[in-house]
Ligand binder design. Structure first.
Ligand code: ADP
Length: 318
């Protein structure tokens, strides 16, 4: 019986990335699989400076592959890249006192669900025990505060420091809050833009890119990744939103925007695909009502996926 690609993937899923509980397949490290008459060749790509990591992965992958029935030979090739500058230690930028990690949620394209992902991921991270603040840098449409159902405005302390709003256990801030409701954004926009740019330049970021599986969104996701690379911001991974739709009437899965796009793009960018969020009516309704689905319904498959992503992120960002 010939060996299938699925069998090889299943075997590789048993191989954990050293120091992590996640496997090398879900981290998006597998670039190609060739199977020829029982001879299996697997190409992996890694970004690390630590020579022990590829050595351990190669060993474990080969043992896992050897367990496949009918296997005649295994070859695991690893393409090693230095991690992007800025990853790890020795950053030129500053850390904010009291804050361990600052994660930018970006998309390069509107409407793919950046705000929805940012809001739900923030709540999921809070549920895994992190203290989380969420800042909406969009000065023209502060959708985050709407998604959290609040019209409250932050107050200032006597030292003129802004006190963020608290909602669902999170601290919220929006650059939009700094704009006067009654005046057009453009009047005071430049000032806010200056603050935002300063904030962006001076803080040590990690980035998550949100995309849909469609080619048009993936092209913009790629541009966003290139931009982060240029400014030495480590891309922590991709989140594919609107990945599929599970129809409540027939229980079938529909790949509305195609399938596999996020996985392919993650592989191309050599970053993990952190998760896949389905298109879900209750997620949209909850967002419109100002309650992120992760706060509202712990049993929803969308909530479970966000919690899985949050746990994975916390493992990657200890
Ligand atoms: P962006 O911030 O990228 O412009 P939004 O998060 O505002 O995108 O999402 C655009 C619209 O799509 C919103 O109405 C939102 O509720 C909806 N939406 C986003 N993600 C999902 C999803 N997984 N399922 C259903 N609706 C979604």
């Amino acid at each position: 019986m010939s060996i299938s690609e699925e069998q090889v993937k299943t075997a590789l899923k048993l191989v954990k990335y050293p120091g992590f509980t996640r496997d090398i397949v879900s981290f998006g490290l597998v670039k190609s699989i060739h199977i020829d008459n029982g001879h299996v060749k697997v190409q992996l790509a890694l970004a690390t400076n630590d020579p022990n990591i590829p050595a351990a992965i190669k060993n474990n992958a080969e043992s896992a592959l050897r367990a496949i029935e009918g296997i005649r030979s295994t070859k695991v090739l690893i393409d090693i890249h230095a991690p992007p500058a800025g990853a790890g230690t020795g950053m030129a930028t500053t850390r904010i006192p009291g804050i361990k990690h600052v994660i930018a949620v970006a998309s390069g394209k509107g409407g793919v669900g950046k705000s929805t992902v940012a809001a739900n991921l923030a709540v999921a991270l809070e549920q895994t025990g992190a203290r989380v603040g969420l800042c909406d840098c969009d000065i023209y449409g502060p959708s985050i505060s709407l998604m959290f159902g609040t019209r409250e405005r932050p107050t200032a302390t006597e030292e003129n420091k802004i006190v963020p709003i608290e909602q669902y256990g999170l601290r919220l801030m929006s650059m939009g809050f700094l704009l006067d409701d009654t005046s057009p954004a453009i009047l005071r926009g430049p000032m806010v833009t200056r603050y935002t740019q300063q904030f962006l330049r001076q803080v040590e970021w990690g980035a998550i890119i949100v995309t849909t599986p469609q080619e048009v969104a993936l092209i913009d996701a790629r541009k966003a990744a290139t931009m982060f690379d240029k400014v030495n911001v480590r891309v922590l991974g991709l989140i594919e939103n609107m990945s599929y739709f599970m129809s409540p009437s027939d229980g079938k899965r529909y790949d509305i925007f195609g399938s596999g796009g996020g996985e392919r793009e993650a592989r191309r960018l050599r970053v993990p695909l952190l998760g896949q969020i389905p298109i879900d009516i209750t997620t949209r309704e909850a967002g419109d009502r100002g309650i992120p689905i992760v706060s509202e319904d712990r049993q929803s498959p969308v909530t479970k996926e966000f919690v899985r992503i949050a746990k994975g992120l916390r493992e990657r960002l200890p």
